[in-house]
Design a protein around this ligand. Sequence first.
Ligand code: HEM
Length: 92
Amino acid sequence: MLQRLTYLLVIFVLFPLVIWTGLAMSPAIASAFPAVVTVFGGQQSARTIHFFVSVFLLLFLLVHIVMVWLAGFRNRMRAMITGRAGAHKEHA
Ligand code: HEM
């Protein structure tokens, strides 16, 4: 449950937020669509949010990779590539 909630948060909140705040820091985008920046209270706020969200995304990536490692790296990679899960014994 916690894992699913985290994935939802990462995909639907953190990624859109980092893209949005990233675009808000672009002068071209900001002048064409000022509302993109004003909802965050200015470019400096967008920069702060961008930075903290990117730290969370980096943490998520690290934990995600550690979990894949603990779950059996070879099995998981085979499952991702072939679509079959757990048919073989683990070697690593
Ligand atoms: C469409 C996606 C993105 C856009 C358009 C974008 C845009 C930008 C821009 C324009 C800056 C310079 C900010 C400045 O002038 O200080 C910046 C800084 C930065 N970006 Fe992104 N970015 C994007 C995605 C990401 C992602 C996915 C990450 C990491 C997970 C990330 C991490 C950072 C960091 C750590 C900085 C430096 C922060 C700082 O200067 O305080 N960005 N980004």
